[in-house]
Design a protein around this ligand. Sequence first.
Ligand code: VGL
Ligand code: ZN
Length: 206
Amino acid sequence: MPDLTIQDSDCLLIIDVQNDFCQGGSLAVPDADAIVPLINELSPQFATVVLTQDWHPAGHSSFASSHAGKQPFESITLPYGEQTLWPDHCVQGSHGAEFHPRLACDAAQLIIRKGFRSAIDSYSAFYENDHTTTTGLTGYLQQRGIRRVFCVGLALDYCVRYSAVDARREGFDAVLLEHACRGIDMNGSNDAALAAMKEVGVVIDS
Ligand code: VGL
Ligand code: ZN
């Protein structure tokens, strides 16, 4: 196990802890609210804290409601590949898009909004789902001298997974703090996510 003592060159990346992914939300992740106090304990230990915020225009192409005859959790092929369809969620400016009311976010220095292009979904904090369009996060972290990214948040099997994998792709060390994540877990997707992260060298800390 590598040394997980927190350094100045570490960043805490808090992924999508928003009302729509929490209890009562339109795409609620089981037990999501339980991670809020855990993240609130972690944040003050990091000099660099970044939040991501899923931020879709109404009628986004990842919404099942945008495709006639399609139901949430079915998938379709978009120009950039396979896309799972979701209930409408995290619409720009809506209550569901706001951070969980008890998430302590005052000390965070950057909020990366993603999924704001109607035609492309974005799970990762680094790249949209075409795996080409960047969010700018790599440059920000590099210029802040960050070498390692600790990932927490929602959902383990989607946005957390792709963010951790892309952190490795961008040359950062990456640590998944599994106890501070929750997944949607469709058809074994939590286990698949953990395997995919391990495969590229993400350190899984339970
Ligand atoms: C997410 C599905 C759709 C996530 C975002 O935050 O994991 N999942 N949009
Ligand atoms: Zn989304």
